[in-house]
Design a protein around this ligand. Structure first.
Ligand SMILES: NC(=O)c1ccc[n+]([C@@H]2O[C@H](COP(=O)([O-])OP(=O)(O)OC[C@H]3O[C@@H](n4cnc5c(N)ncnc54)[C@H](OP(=O)(O)O)[C@@H]3O)[C@@H](O)[C@H]2O)c1
Length: 311
């Protein structure tokens, strides 16, 4: 099969689109014919070797931990899925990903694709949606009427987080640069702070939850906008527990894994029109390096998708 692989860590020039062996299917897995995959910042962080002490990959490695496609074949113990099913998944990040014509994924990590959107749109959703869901709901327990500040409301994670928080009935404030404010409002933000023109920590107040998708100074300044007992939940830098205690606030760091149950609930919301995918750009598999370079700029609006093949 055709796959975009790396044989060593490095810049995007190490990505090679080449022939690779078809994945060997285990009993509890399905072989998915990939229609589309998407780029997440973790892809180029892994490519650059930033996670190598945390996840020791064997080379060559296929990146891309989002997939939408068609079940081609099922393992002997698979019961829920069958050949021909349209599915989407955020597969296990310690294994080969979906920048390829085929990927083997454990049945437990796979959900039915939302019926009302394309594979390209569906491929944009799993990783960022599981992330936003686990941060806002599973971890911070965001509920109706609460106030949440979501950093980078136009980003891959942020654009879904704004919509999920809105659907929950929370009051949503998001940060975004001025040109993206109208879009972020259209996703459901009640207020948008142009983080380049003004200091968000001087404007936002009394938040029950801050969702930090940026880290560094943004996280440092986020403590000030939380109400007493409020929670800072980050997916970038682990917030200090000592600082949380000293401030009378709570902190959590989230690093997500596969979660088909969330993808099932999300598909329901998508098909009801409560959440919509936001696509920044679509590339072909041959242009995987360009797609990662774009992600690395940190300026994309929504998700960067790689279209692999016909459904
Ligand atoms: N822990 C986990 O499990 C997990 C899961 C998913 C993602 N992550 C991490 O979370 C981070 C965000 O991921 P992503 O996919 O959302 O990234 P992304 O799509 O590349 O984010 C790009 C967006 O960030 C905005 N942005 C950049 N700096 C900003 C700032 N200071 N304030 C507000 N907005 C800013 C940009 O808007 P402008 O152009 O307007 O600046 C752009 O729209 C990455 O570091 C990623 O690795 C972690």
């Amino acid at each position: 099969m055709k796959a975009a692989r790396i044989h060593a860590y490095g810049e995007s020039s190490v990505i090679r689109v080449e022939d690779a062996p078809l994945p060997v299917l285990q009993a509890d897995e399905v072989l998915i014919r990939v229609v589309a995959t998407s780029v997440n910042p973790v892809d180029w962080k892994i490519r650059k070797g930033y996670l190598k002490t945390f996840i020791p990959y064997d080379m060559p490695l296929i990146m891309g931990w989002d997939v939408s496609g068609i079940v081609e074949k099922t393992g002997s113990s698979v019961t829920r899925l069958k050949t021909g099913d349209a599915v989407y998944s955020r597969p296990d990040i310690v294994r080969n990903g979906a920048y390829a014509e085929y990927i083997a994924v454990r049945e437990a990590e796979v959900a039915a694709k939302p019926a009302t959107i394309s594979h390209v749109e569906a491929a944009s959703l799993p990783l960022v949606s599981i992330t936003a869901w686990e941060a806002l709901f599973t971890t911070a327990n965001l509920s109706k009427g609460q106030r949440v500040l979501i950093h980078a409301g136009a980003g891959g994670v942020g654009s879904i987080a704004v919509q999920l928080a809105r659907a929950k009935g929370a009051h949503v404030t998001a940060t975004a640069s001025a040109g993206k404010a109208a879009l972020v409002r259209s996703l459901g933000a009640d207020a948008v702070i142009d983080y380049r023109a003004e200091d968000f920590s001087a404007v936002a107040r009394d938040m029950d939850v801050v969702f930090d998708t940026v880290g560094g100074e943004v996280q440092e300044k986020s403590w000030a906008v939380l109400k007493p007992g409020g929670m800072l939940v980050s997916i970038t830098d682990r917030p200090s527990e000592d600082r949380a205690k000293a401030e009378g606030k709570r902190a959590a760091y989230v690093f997500i894994g596969p979660n088909a149950a969330i993808l099932k609930d999300l598909a329901g919301m998508i098909d009801l029109g409560q959440v919509r995918p936001l696509i920044a750009a679509e590339f072909g598999l041959n242009d995987t390096a360009k797609a990662q370079d774009f992600s690395e700029t940190g300026r994309s609006t929504g998700k960067i998708v790689i279209y692999v093949g016909h459904p």
